[in-house]
Structures are given as structure tokens and as C-alpha cells.
Design a protein around this ligand. Structure first.
Ligand code: NAP
Length: 337
């Protein structure tokens, strides 16, 4: 089969012929229709990730049809159109992943290929309203956003939510989930056009984090008594503004550090308001199933920025690295002959 293989760190991903994987006990092989990029894939390519082994097929997001099952796997999966949960080996504790946990696409080969073998516990029936590109856009970003908002921050309908850097794939997934859950959402971005597009998806509005005075404006326009929940994956200096934007009992759920270290933060800004700082990463297969059920119930359609054939995967990496995207960058496979 064909796969988009990263041959070496900092090299350009290239199409190679690789062996078709054989599903082991408890596994299935999925003929992939589409996959999608996350910033993680770009950082792995750039060598900014721990534990990189090469050559590797990257990719954590995928949708396709089950074409083979291993021993001990339920044959009822055969022929089903499925979404892949990117969390492999989460374990039994819903509070955190097991030490042996992996994300699809490093160290285990990922979804930028014609087929993949993975545990059947990572399969969920794909909602019928999602085409292949929209379905591929959901898993990693949707799962991370779901756990951040619903499990960790325990979002309630009517609460005020601020999502920073709405151009991010995970931020955008959080916007769609929070809006569908009945929250009032404001956003920040470096790009006025991205704020407009967020408003078309149900955000009340937003502010440019690149313009001086944005924290005061975002608070006075959208949450004079403060935000109940902030979702942040940027980190960096801007994180220092977030505690001051919270309402009493506010929660910040964070899962990224795109802009690096936080600045010093006054403890008084946190403890008097009974603030919760909630670190979160990915999510369990049970959370993934809950996300997919929510998406089906609310008719949520993840935003696709651009689609490339698998063979043009290098161009897809370049688009995400350039940061001009709004929504997910998707790789599509040729339909099986
Ligand atoms: N722990 C986990 O489970 C997990 C899961 C997924 C992602 N992440 C992390 O979350 C981050 C985003 O990942 P992604 O795949 O969603 O990436 P992405 O789609 O490439 O998002 C990058 C976005 O970050 C925003 N940004 C950059 N500088 C900012 C700043 N100073 N303030 C606010 N926003 C800023 C930009 O938004 P604008 O374009 O709107 O300016 C940019 O589009 C990464 O750090 C990633 O490693 C972690």
C-alpha cells in the first residue's frame, strides 16, 4: 500500500510503498478514506517532539471502512464506516492516561496511508451526516476540545467561554462544541477575517490578541463579570492576561504551549476567585464515543480548510506550518478501485 512517510527528521514527507498491516488479536484493519493534519505532525517533522523514530508514517486523524479483523475481534465491524480514536492504550483511569499511552502517528504508524491496523476499542461508527473530509477533521482536535470543555471544565449551558487563537484546529473544535452546548463564546485571533468566520460559526465576536488593550476590550464587550471558562493552547505571555478575565469560580483549561512559557502570575488573581487551572491532554475512548454521539446529535460539521490528495501531503504540511489555515488540513485517498 501507499503511505506518506517521513524519511528523516526535518525531511519532506514522501510517498512510499509499504507493507499492508496485518491486524493482530483485538485489532482491525481500516481502509482509510481520509486523514487530517495536526500541529503535532508539523512539529514532529521539524524535530521538535520527543522520541521521534524514523522512518514513520505520521497522522492521528482518520476515517475509513473496516476491511479485516484480527483474532478475538468482533467480525460485526467488517464493512462499517468508522472514525478512529487517536488515543491508544488510555487505560482504566478516566482521570489520566496510562504510562504506556500512545497517540496514533508516533511511535505507532499513523493515518497518512491507504490503510491502518489498530485496536477495535479505537473504532466508533462514523455519523452519517459527515462526509469523509469533515469526518477526518474531527478526531484529535475534537477529542482534546471535548475533554477540556466537558470533562475538565464541566461546561454548563449559558456559561461565558473565551477561546484564544481561534485559527487553531483544536480551538475551532472547542468553539463548535461550546456553541452546540449552549455557551456564549468569544474568541481571540491575530486575523480579523478569522474572527468573522468564528462569528459565522456562532461566536458572539472577538478581539485581536495582537492589538494592545485586547484583554480589557474582550471582557467589557463579552463578559463584564468575567468568563466562566477559558480554553487556551497558546501559552506564552498572553496567558498572563487570562486569570484577570475570569469570573468568580472561573476555570482555565489548557493543553498547549505554542507560545512557550507563561509569565509570572500573581497568586492573588487565582485564589480569591476560587479559580481552577485545569491541565488536560487528549481523552479516552469513552470520551471519544461521547464526542461522536454529541456531534451526531447536534449535527456538528468540523471545519475543513483545504483538501489535498495523499500524494500531495508535503504541500499540506507546508500549509499548516505557514499558519494561514482556518479549519483542518485534510488528506484524501483515492477511492478503492
Ligand atoms: N495536549 C494535547 O492533547 C493537545 C492536543 C492538540 C493540540 N495541542 C496543542 O495545542 C496547540 C494548538 O494545536 P493545533 O493543532 O490546534 O494547532 P494549530 O491549528 O496550528 O493552531 C495554531 C494557532 O495558535 C494561535 N496562536 C498563535 N499564537 C498565539 C497567541 N500568542 N495567542 C493566542 N493564540 C495564538 C493562532 O491562532 P490565530 O490564527 O487565530 O491567530 C494559530 O492559528 C499546540 O501547542 C498543540 O501542541 C495539545
Amino acid at each position: 500500500m501507499k503511505a506518506l512517510v517521513l524519511p528523516a527528521v526535518q525531511a519532506t514527507p514522501e510517498i512510499r510503498e509499504v507493507p499492508l498491516p496485518t491486524p493482530g488479536p483485538g485489532e482491525a484493519r481500516v481502509r482509510l478514506a481520509a486523514s487530517a493534519l495536526n500541529h503535532r505532525d508539523v512539529w514532529i517533522q521539524q524535530g521538535k517532539y520527543p522520541g521521534i523514530k524514523v522512518p514513520i508514517t505520521l497522522g492521528s486523524d482518520g476515517v475509513g471502512v473496516v476491511e479485516a479483523v484480527g483474532s478475538d475481534s468482533d467480525s460485526a465491524w467488517l464493512g462499517q464506516r468508522v472514525l478512529l480514536c487517536p488515543s491508544v492504550g488510555w487505560g482504566d483511569d478516566p482521570r489520566h492516561q496510562a504510562a504506556s499511552y500512545e497517540i496514533l502517528g508516533l511511535p505507532r504508524d499513523g493515518t497518512f496511508a491507504e490503510a491502518i491496523a489498530l485496536p477495535v476499542e479505537n473504532l466508533v461508527a462514523c455519523p452519517a451526516h459527515l462526509d469523509d473530509a469533515a469526518a477526518a477533521a474531527l478526531p484529535l482536535a475534537g477529542l482534546t476540545a471535548w475533554r477540556a470543555l466537558m470533562t475538565r471544565a464541566a461546561l454548563r449551558p449559558g456559561e461565558r467561554v473565551l477561546i484564544t487563537g481561534i485559527g487553531g484546529g483544536t480551538a475551532l473544535a472547542a468553539l463548535q462544541i461550546a456553541v452546540a452546548a449552549g455557551a456564549a463564546v468569544a474568541v481571540t485571533s491575530s486575523d480579523p477575517a478569522k474572527i468573522e468566520r468564528a462569528m459565522a460559526l456562532g461566536a458572539a465576536g472577538g478581539e485581536l490578541y495582537t492589538a494592545a488593550g485586547w484583554p480589557g476590550r474582550v471582557r467589557s464587550r463579552f463578559a463584564p463579570r468575567g468568563f466562566d471558562v477559558v480554553i487556551d493552547s497558546a501559552g506564552g505571555e498572553g496567558f498572563g492576561e487570562l486569570p484577570g478575565l475570569l469570573a468568580m469560580g472561573g476555570r482555565i483549561a489548557f493543553f498547549g504551549g505554542t507560545r512557550g512559557k507563561w509569565p509570572p502570575i500573581l497568586p492573588q488573581l487565582l485564589f480569591y476567585k476560587q479559580v481552577s487551572l485545569l491541565a488536560t491532554t487528549m481523552g479516552s475512548p469513552a470520551e471519544f464515543a461521547a464526542l461522536v454521539a454529541f456531534v451526531a446529535e447536534h449535527g456538528v460539521v468540523p471545519v475543513v480548510d483545504a483538501c489535498y490528495p495523499l500524494e500531495e501531503g508535503a504541500a499540506a504540511f507546508a500549509r499548516l506550518a505557514a499558519g494561514a489555515q482556518f479549519g483542518k488540513v485534510v488528506l484524501k485517498n483515492q477511492p478503492a478501485a
